[in-house]
Design a protein around this ligand. Sequence first.
Ligand SMILES: Nc1ncnc2c1ncn2[C@@H]1O[C@H](COP(=O)(O)OP(=O)(O)O)[C@@H](O)[C@H]1O
Ligand SMILES: [Mg+2]
Length: 310
Amino acid sequence: MNILEKTNFKNLGELYVGKVRDVYSQKDKVILISTDRYSAFDRNLALIPCKGQVLTQTSRFWFKQTKDIVKNHILDFPDPNVVIGKKCKVIPIEMVVRGYITGITGTSLWTLYQKGQRDFGDFTLPDGMKKNQKLDHPLLTPTTKSNEHDRPLTTADIIKEKIISEELWKKLADAAIKLFKRGQEISLKHGLILVDTKYEFGLDEKGELTLVDEIHTPDSSRYWQAKTYEARIAKGLEPENFDKEFLRLWFKENCDPYKDKVVPEAPKELVEELSRRYIQIYEQITGASFKIESGDIKKRIENNLKKYTI
Ligand SMILES: Nc1ncnc2c1ncn2[C@@H]1O[C@H](COP(=O)(O)OP(=O)(O)O)[C@@H](O)[C@H]1O
Ligand SMILES: [Mg+2]
């Protein structure tokens, strides 16, 4: 199977290897190459065929659908796995927006709620909420953006720690909520619930607020099937997932993904299933059919990026 694990191109700029993307940084632009790496629990767990292309093409769809709300970094899509973005000064806050109370990780809203937390700084939640219930309105639960573990932030923290000014924070919060509402609206037309997501913003060369990174991809967002949601939660079942949670669950059941030095290899069927799901979710979100590319991905990218060599 043709898979992209990593790249090491010369003359494209300084390379930063992210969790999922290889980022080549030039003076005024960034070249974001989505690989097929599957990252969860803050580590790389497997390689999923077609994932990099799905992420790039899903972002492409959403950047187009939201460009009237806030400026975005897109300059070009020279290859199915590549975004050329305007280089921005990235604001070190992960703008997490949630439409539902859910999650399984230590920092998820449901986990914290279940442990008894009600006061989240910028909002409080009432007693008696059920897992996977819709929130009255989308909530912002920002965190720090770091290579270590993300730390929750409140508006007060952001101002007190002088991460950004109050004025910029307000713009950021407003843009994130508007983007999320647009995402929910369009997703629903395609039979999907956009459950939660994460945005990154930056300031461009003019100091203007710019949406960077990726948007509403199955990596940065959780999606559920709308059609079966009500019936399933009424029966106490989990909503029909269209994301990568089942592979995360497999790792959770078969090792300690937070502590073990080496994790077991994911079963081939699960990897293939996840690849199929990534393709399906792309097709459902965008209404377009996914084009499986033949040939060596790395060679193709190298060829398509020739005009960007320095
Ligand atoms: N327009 C941009 N300007 C500068 N940096 C960007 C831009 N868009 C995305 N980035 C950065 O590129 C990286 C994307 O790679 P990713 O695999 O998501 O890395 P990470 O492990 O840091 O999340 C992120 O660190 C993100 O902040
Ligand atoms: Mg990232």
